[in-house]
Design a protein around this ligand. Structure first.
Ligand code: PLP
Length: 452
């Protein structure tokens, strides 16, 4: 990064820098210990031993056998190997995934559909959580695989992986989880999680880009995607990226060691950023689950503005973030994740993802809180769009919130909405009384799902 200008990197979900300890661990494998692990001389054996050590370290973090770790060239490749690997061996069948997966999963599933497999894309609720009951209902006799992400890369929502694992086991269906955003922050014990396959990459955990791994339970059989010299137990041929493997293991080991302390620090900063942004900037709301979310993820929508403009303005101030929309040809396309949680096009346009990291400090967040309100203000002044907070969601998604029994019936005087007294249900569509929610449904003694 530019060292003269103040720069605040809040895009750690896109990628992280490689931490110095990882660089140090990798360096010897470029020039001195450069052997090919398949060679039988000293240099080869030295490289092989580095690969073996790394595999053992990772296996102890994941609580699995070393033979269950396959090194790959990144998250996308691991995901392809898991999904296509299972599918090609089975030859036909049904796969269950969700509408908010990373394109690596969605496009792999779409490709398999063209080859004759059928795929169920589970919808999520307004917070981005899959509905467990819907998952169980979707399982068929010919279901060969469930692939649900551990934590979402855009809105940070953490899916109920252990529950999914139990259901998959009960129905004897293989379960893969994409843990690219979860590694370093969440539990990775594959036995506790009940996963058969799990994808992790290096680029989100202060490790090297282009490095990934697939955990595969020894009982799971996969068809390789890449054929060649038979490395990685025949599942990923090609000379091993020894430096990358050492870097990935070092990064994961350090992340695991620091996880609890770092999570606590990040959650405090995250909450500080959320609370103060929503307080200082009206017509803004949080996307993703308020508590079941990654410690470093803040995704906020600002009505009547375009995320790309906010992002470019912030860039001028040296603050680097991501948007929930991207310009494709002439029109702004909103992210499939924001669409899946029911946001209307215009509401999703002004979404910004801030993802904090190891070097993020409170003073960085204070700086953002200082510059952001005036950026939004200036953009709103020239914006032709004027949305109401009550209009942010497509109505069809409102029912999803109702499943949350924890919500209490509160005075809705500041809200407008429908009151169905016969069923003791109120649907309020206005500014929330809770700070972190923009539109809310207040329910008392409600059972089941209501469609409005
Ligand atoms: C959730 C998730 N899955 C998969 C990937 C793809 O990983 P890679 O870029 O290492 O191929 C990413 C990276 O953006 C991600 O965030």
């Amino acid at each position: 990064m530019n060292t003269t200008k103040k720069e605040i990197y809040l895009d750690h979900a896109s990628t992280t820098y490689v931490r110095p300890e990882v660089v140090q661990a990798m360096l010897p494998f470029f020039e001195q210990k450069f052997g090919n692990p398949s060679s039988l001389h000293h240099l080869g054996l030295e490289a092989k031993s580095a690969v073996d050590d790394s595999r053992n370290k990772i296996a102890s973090i994941l609580n699995c056998k070393s033979s269950e770790i396959i090194f790959t060239r990144g998250g996308t490749e691991s995901i392809n190997l898991a999904i296509k690997g299972v599918a090609s061996l089975k030859g036909k069948g049904h796969i269950i995934t969700s509408t908010i997966e990373h394109p690596a999963v969605l496009n792999t599933c779409a490709w398999l559909e063209k080859k004759g497999f059928s795929v169920t894309y589970l919808e999520v609720d307004d917070d981005g959580l899959i509905l467990i009951k819907e998952l169980e209902k979707a399982i068929r006799n010919d279901t060969i695989l469930i692939s649900i992400m551990y934590a979402n890369n855009e809105i940070g929502t953490i899916e109920p992986i252990e529950e999914i694992g139990k259901i998959a086991k009960k129905h004897k269906v293989l379960f893969h989880t994409d843990a690219c955003q979860a590694a370093g922050a969440l539990e990775l014990d594959v036995n506790k999680l009940g996963v058969d396959l799990m994808t992790i990459n290096g680029s989100k955990i202060y490790g090297p880009k282009g490095m990934g791994l697939l955990y595969k339970h020894n009982n799971v059989k996969l068809e390789p995607l890449i054929h060649g010299g038979g490395q990685e137990a025949g599942l990923r041929s090609g000379t091993e990226n020894v430096a990358g493997i050492v870097g990935l293991a070092t990064a994961l080991e350090l992340a695991q060691k620091e996880k609890d302390k770092e999570n606590k620090r990040l959650v405090e900063l995250r909450e500080y950023l959320i609370k103060n942004t929503l307080k200082k900037i009206f017509k803004s709301f949080l996307n993703g689950h308020p508590t079941k979310r990654l410690p470093n993820n803040v995704n906020i929508s600002f009505l009547d503005v375009e995320g790309e403009s906010i992002m470019l303005y912030l860039n001028e101030y040296g603050v680097y973030v991501s948007t929930g929309s991207a310009c494709s040809s002439q029109k702004l396309q909103i992210s499939h994740v924001l669409n899946a949680i029911g946001l209307k096009h215009d509401a999703a346009h002004g979404s910004i993802r801030f993802t904090l990291g190891k070097k993020t400090t409170k003073s960085d967040i204070d700086y953002v809180l200082k510059v952001l309100p005036s950026i939004i203000d200036s953009l709103r002044k020239i914006s032709p769009v004027k949305m109401k907070m009550s209009e942010i969601r497509e109505k069809k998604y409102v029912h999803n919130v109702i499943k949350s029994k924890s919500l209490s019936f509160v005075e809705a005087s500041s809200l407008s909405g429908k009151l169905d007294q016969s069923r003791n249900v109120a649907v309020a569509t206005g500014s929330s009384l809770r700070e972190d929610r923009a539109s809310e449904v207040f329910v008392k003694d409600f059972e089941g799902i209501m469609h409005i």
